[in-house]
Design a protein around this ligand. Structure first.
Ligand code: KG4
Ligand code: ZN
Length: 341
């Protein structure tokens, strides 16, 4: 990039990794000038999950409008864009390619850098967008439909994964249990609602791996819920939902506290779709005040998939001189590794 990367650098971010088509304009890594998200939830709901072909087509249809809307709301034109970023993974390959192709074409036409962004890394920056003054070291708890990660962030450029699920992601467990209980899709919000009406001590479900390390496991819990309901068909769904949710939250909060203590964290930040869970937010906030830690509970817009976090993560990459080549592809299985420095 010929121009220096600074507080006036404007990045257009694009996110199409799953079922949200999003574009955003962010200045200086932290100033969100606009963030537009078009959800495809209705198009997938009747199938009970995201259908990859439908997602790709819907991204192709929505992206031009969503991008135009992001520029209009930010009140900038293409000439003001200093770099174009898109999620390169992880996600659905067809869906990712829509955003990557659009971003590369736009960057080429504008003669500005293209930045390929790791979607999981971007979730870390979402917390900083909401809470720019957050203190490091920070423990980031990323709980979504596809991932459950405990990430140590020493400063905005340096992070490493210190714990994760060995099987199902937290959101996946919510979705599978909700489906089994006959609740609505997506399952997380449905269980959250049902749990408010139920007793969370009605059934004592297992809390796997509670006392070893920083990894978690939710597959056994899911099986245990299924076995319990099969053996007790008249059990109240609300009680089962509340007891299941309590078990998931107990495990996440317990491991988060241990991880925070191990790394000497000053802050715990939450992100990903499951961060919308009301019990998890409440319990993590309570744990933070008991342990003397600041807790960042980002807004729903910043917890769920959006492009502002993509543009922000791209700014940090640009600041480290890490623009991507135009022949870079998408990687559906991209992992969250270790930050550059
Ligand atoms: O981060 P996200 O929007 O998409 C990805 O997985 O990338 O997360 C979606 C997940 C779903 O599994 C959904 O059931 C879960 O977040 N979720 C919740 C709640 N709202 C969404 N889980 C528990 N409680 C909620 N209130
Ligand atoms: Zn996500």
């Amino acid at each position: 990039m010929s121009k220096a990367v600074d507080a006036s650098t404007v990045v257009l971010g694009i996110e199409t990794s799953c079922d949200e088509t999003a574009a955003a304009v962010v200045m200086g890594g932290g100033d969100v000038l606009s963030s537009v998200v078009a959800s495809q939830l209705d198009e997938h709901a009747r199938f009970g999950g995201v259908v990859p072909e439908i997602a790709s087509r819907a991204h192709v249809e929505a992206l031009p409008h969503v991008t135009a809307e992001a520029l209009a709301r930010a009140n900038v034109d293409y000439a003001r864009i200093d770099a174009v970023a898109a999620t390169v993974g992880p996600g659905l390959v067809g869906a990712l390619l829509v955003g990557v192709s659009a971003a590369k074409a736009t960057a080429l036409a504008l003669d500005v850098p293209f930045v390929g962004v790791n979607h999981l890394e971007a979730h870390l920056y979402a917390a900083l967008l909401d809470e720019p003054g957050a203190q490091f070291p920070m423990l980031f708890v990323l709980v979504s439909g596809g991932h459950t990660l405990f990430v140590q962030m020493t400063n905005p450029h340096s992070y490493s994964v210190i714990g994760q699920t060995i099987d199902d992601a937290a959101g996946e467990a919510f979705d599978k249990v909700a489906r089994f209980l006959g609740l609505a899709y997506p399952g997380g919000p449905a269980i959250d609602q049902a749990a408010r009406r139920g007793k969370d001590d009605a059934v004592v479900f297992p809390r796997a791996m509670l006392h070893d390390g920083l990894d978690v496991s939710f597959s056994g819990l899911k099986t245990s819920v299924i076995n319990y309901v099969r053996a007790n068909p008249s059990a109240a769904t609300d009680d089962v939902a509340a007891s299941f949710q309590r078990a998931v939250v107990d495990v996440i909060v317990h491991k988060a506290r241990r991880a925070a203590s191990e790394i000497g964290a000053k802050t715990i930040a939450l992100g990903g779709g499951v961060a919308a869970n009301s019990l998890l937010r409440h319990e993590l906030a309570a744990a933070g005040s008991a342990d003397g830690l600041a807790v960042v509970l980002p807004s729903r817009e910043m917890c769920t998939d959006n492009a502002a976090m993509i543009a922000s993560a791209a700014w940090y990459r640009l600041a480290r001189g890490e623009a991507s080549p135009l022949d870079a592809g998408a990687n559906p299985n991209l992992k969250l590794g270790t930050g550059q420095r």
